[in-house]
Ligand binder design. Sequence first.
Ligand code: ZN
Ligand code: MG
Ligand code: ZN
Length: 483
Amino acid sequence: MKRKDFLKTGLTAGAGLTLPIFTSQKPIPVIRKARNIIFFSYDGFTWEDFSSAQHFSHRNFGKSLHLEKLFHRGAAGSMQSHSLTSMVTDSAAATTTWATGRKIVNGSLSIYPDGEELTTILELAKAEGKATGIVSNTTITHATPAGWIAKHLNRRDEENIAEQYAAFKADVMIGGGVEAFDPNLRSDRKDLFKPFKDSGYSVVTDLEDFRTVQPDKLLAALSEDHVPYEIDRRFRAVPAPTHREMAEKGLAILDGAENGFVLHIESGRIDHANHRTDAGASLWEVIAADETLGMLMEYVDKTPETVLIMASDHGTGGASVYGVGERYRSSSEIHDLLNKRTASFPWIMRELGRNPSEAFIKEILTETTGVHVSESNVRILQQAIAGDNRMPDEAAFPRQPIATLGYVLKGGTNDLPTHLNINYGTTQHTAGAVPAAIYGNGVDAKPFGLIDNTDFFYWMTEAMDIDYQNPEMSPEKAASFYE
Ligand code: ZN
Ligand code: MG
Ligand code: ZN
């Protein structure tokens, strides 16, 4: 579309669907061709989340994040994330941009609303004889990994997505989400483990089996739903694999594949924690992802012709770390209160149950967050758990009653020194440009500025010498299917 037409539709279309934002298709900053591509996605991760984890790591562990090293040594920049018909993307439309080079409507996976399917980077890689894999700590059939394989108008149909996985047969699938495969948990009672077993896959659902198995092809579903939060694994002894061991296993299987491989690894629960205004759970997800990242950078350093891409898909929650005290001098010290968070909000809510007493609420919150909550805020939380009087504004914070927990932990004020200086703006996704980087294989350590989420598809295909463009659809046409 020409610029003149943009302006015209911008003025006449009341819904304002067109997004007069540049789409870049920037030249790839890779010098040489790549045999192997590892794409590491951080779901719902903002620059603010990065700064929070960065300072926490320096002050509490005395070391830099691998992510900082990635941004310094690799080419780094920001990625704009809008989808075809909204300035705020969901994870399905976002992952589709990476996998296909096209923007689509939120909620769908690699498909236009008229049913036209897009070809994904994993399909293209497989056609070139490359091995393929997906790893995530969400259900393995969740939107971010799914968009690289499945085509569906509704990302929530994870049972059908499992069937599409059985047809595609990536060499590696590691994540949570037994429920989409197990005949005892699927609504149609189909056994979706069987087609994988019949094709020579090791199929594991047990953590000990996962740790010992050495397969050529692997389907590992290591929890009924999503893999438990790192903060609960670490401080509450909730049984779960680490993110790093899941990624390491996937990489070990694909390493040495005759024609190379494409592996998509997701840290998917940063997004979940941020949806719940849960700064502690979010922080520990970032730290767990960072341990994976360090391992991946080492792998790239010793494995020629391998490129590592890191990208967030969008922001979630809009958390901001704010300045505290005279000349903001207390900011870092107050931020260290994150150290007192030793359980996720869902863990706390489960522990509280349906009808907790005031004393019990105080006890649990002191133990898991270090915050001494006032009588009036304890009552607000009780009322929220009972299903009424939810705080704050439900338009911005529809995830309830859990967002009320975040609210009462803030005290509704900025009382010092017991309250963390992190404010969430919403429980929804946000529009801002997010971190991205590319590393390895002779990549220049130059910033690439602002790129579009669709650019990565072209960078990946170019690096692998694949010449392919998916069909396009205009935002107006896409929107017309939902009028
Ligand atoms: Zn997402
Ligand atoms: Mg995701
Ligand atoms: Zn989300």
